[in-house]
Design a protein around this ligand. Structure first.
Ligand code: CP
Length: 315
């Protein structure tokens, strides 16, 4: 089957999902991101790889981390960055998504970074842009958040050095999580032997086993011996109906406390995509504690997004 992300030479044309991306491309992104981490630590943090290119940030859903780190990453690659203010744009007058993109394309866009509540919106745009234009999915509905998955893979490799001996637990609202789906695809492609998902039955998709994961409803059993614990935010904005008795009840069974974390390996790392709900899926003692790598994840996101943009649009 044709992969809409790859050009006829098998190179990245767009980044829409980690699913279906070859291992070599994932490793290429992580390796190039590592070299950009050096750039982000220099006094002069710029390289000219995207000089003269225009990057349009199109965020139809709110974002703090992804939008800002894409902007920083594009500027460090010397691109011009345009942040479309969706709330003040002609979308409010009924302009369609594709008409908006066509008009921005007429302003000589090179790269569209797209976040949208509708799964598949970045795919739709990618099918309609000009051959020299590129689309990066910055999170579409419940479907995928590939650069988040990549920065999670980067973080895991940074602290654990490799994937092939790791036990990774992803905990909480798997059902609504594009972050979980992207990370699971990445981990299985890179050879992680045991990926666990932990949560209540109502927040775990029925077919999740097909992704190659083990399902646990008992958090204590699922955390035992883990190297990496990835906590997820409860996505109440995507929930239809009562999937949970209460946030307090969820915290009791699936919130990460220091006591529950002690069941994982002593050198386990704790990750979270943000924003965190303190006292719901994670206690402050863990979020701010010695196992937490939540803020380093954000920093690595800059280098990972520099790597993706330079690979896609750097020629
Ligand atoms: N995790 C994540 O994508 O964060 P933002 O919504 O702030 O971009």
């Amino acid at each position: 089957m044709n992969n809409p992300q790859l050009n006829h030479r098998g190179e990245l044309q767009h980044l829409l999902s980690i699913e279906g991306l070859p291992r070599d491309i994932l490793l290429q992104i992580l390796d190039i991101a590592e070299s950009f981490c050096g750039v982000t630590e220099r006094e002069v943090k710029k390289v000219p790889l995207l000089r003269g290119k225009s990057v349009f940030n199109l965020f139809f859903e709110p974002s703090t981390r992804t939008r800002t780190t894409f902007e920083i990453a594009a500027k460090r690659l010397s691109a011009d960055v345009i942040n479309l203010n969706i709330a003040a744009s002609s979308q409010t007058k009924g302009e369609s998504l594709l008409d908006t993109v066509a008009n921005l394309s007429a302003m000589q866009a090179d790269l569209f970074i797209v976040r949208h509540a509708q799964s598949g919106a970045p795919y739709l745009i990618a099918r309609h842009v000009k051959p020299h234009e590129h689309v990066i999915n910055a999170g579409d509905g419940r479907h995928a958040h590939p650069t988040k998955g990549l920065l999670d893979l980067y973080t895991i490799r940074h602290y654990k050095k490799e994937f092939t001996r790791l036990t990774v637990a992803v905990v909480g609202d798997i059902l609504h999580s594009r972050v979980a789906r992207s990370l699971i695809h990445g981990l299985t492609t890179l050879g992680a032997p045991e990926v666990r998902v932990i949560g209540p039955q109502t927040l775990i998709p029925a077919q999740v086993g097909a992704l190659g994961v083990r399902v646990f409803h008992d958090m204590r059993a699922g955390l035992a011996g883990c190297d990496v614990v990835v906590m997820l935010r409860l996505q109440s904005e995507r929930m239809r109906g009562a999937l949970l008795p209460s946030a307090q009840e969820f915290n009791k069974h699936y919130g990460l406390s220091s006591e529950k974390l002690s069941l994982a390996k002593p050198d386990a790392i704790v990750m979270h995509p943000g924003p965190i709900n303190r006292g719901v899926e994670i206690d402050s003692s863990v979020a701010d504690g010695p196992h937490s790598v939540i803020l380093p994840q954000v920093t690595f996101g800059i280098a990972v997004r520099m790597a993706v943009m330079s690979i896609i649009a750097g020629n």
